[in-house]
Design a protein around this ligand. Structure first.
Ligand code: NAP
Length: 247
């Protein structure tokens, strides 16, 4: 139970990687704060965690795309009043833009992607800094996509929002390099079946993709005590998935 007594906020906890990671963090003893827009799906994650006998989570319905600084600051106050501490944030919420050439993308698509994928992780992390700095072993883990490392044709605004997120994480790490009790890292998961993966790679057979649970030890490690002292890293999870393989 390496995460006993820790409070970890998970964005995108209603689906895909965030949902599984919230369960994996709770399994390791963390009290999780489940953030997403879809309350019934958040309720489902809550029920799964409680029925498995793990620490009771907190459900936090919140639209990252609609928030301003004052709402993020109010969120941090709520966490302080409800739980009294925050030891980690897993940023897993994400807004996808349909793959297309730049000539077909519009500013409103970019605004949605940049608001959820970059502005919100910045503003949420910033608002929670006092809590994270007070934690004995704070950890912030950003989730990015491979095309954030190497923006490519058709990935347009989505790829660039991911590239900016990676740069943001590096900046947070650099600005806190003298704080050995707080770290900022980026996880780039390998491909796994999720609603997002279905949108980015619609032709794939989900059964051929690696099991999402294979990634969970990484989340437990990067948000847990064993990664203490490691900050500013971009962690790419290797995968032996072969897209040409058929079910
Ligand atoms: N799946 C993969 O194979 C894979 C591989 C590499 C990288 N990644 C990256 O991992 C991250 C998560 O992917 P995923 O597959 O878990 O995606 P997903 O299943 O589509 O989940 C996305 C989550 O984001 C939340 N979200 C979106 N907009 C939001 C908003 N405005 N406010 C609050 N929550 C919001 C959604 O919750 P609500 O709908 O409840 O708001 C949902 O829980 C993405 O950055 C993705 O690029 C995934």
């Amino acid at each position: 139970m390496i995460l006993n007594d820790r409070v970890i906020l998970v964005t995108g906890a209603s689906s895909g990687l965030g949902r599984h990671a919230a369960r994996a963090l709770a399994t390791a003893g963390a009290t999780t704060v489940l953030l997403g827009r879809n309350e019934s799906r958040l309720d489902g994650v809550y029920d799964e965690i409680v029925s498995a006998g793990h620490p009771q989570p907190v459900i936090l319905p919140f639209d990252l795309a609609q928030a301003d600084d004052s709402r993020f600051e109010a969120l941090a106050v709520t966490l302080t009043q409800a739980l009294g501490r925050l030891d980690g944030i897993l940023h897993s919420a994400s807004q996808f833009i349909k793959l297309s050439k730049l000539s077909q993308q519009r500013l409103n698509h970019w605004e949605k992607a940049f608001t959820t994928n970059l502005f919100a992780p910045f503003a949420l992390t910033r608002a929670c800094l006092p809590l994270l700095e007070a934690a004995p072993d704070g950890a912030v883990l950003f989730t990015a996509e491979q095309h954030g490392l190497s923006p490519d044709v058709y990935w347009g605004g989505f790829g660039l929002s991911q590239a900016s997120l990676i740069a943001l994480a590096r900046l947070f790490a650099q600005e806190h390099r003298d704080d050995s009790d707080l770290r900022f890292n980026v996880l780039i998961p390998g491909p796994v079946a999720s609603p997002m993966r279905h949108r980015t790679h619609p032709g794939e057979v989900p059964e051929c993709l690696p099991n999402i649970s294979s990634l969970m030890p990484h989340y437990q490690y990067w948000l847990g005590p064993d990664s203490r002292g490691r900050s500013g890293e971009i962690i790419q999870i290797e995968s032996d998935y072969d897209p040409s393989r058929k079910a």
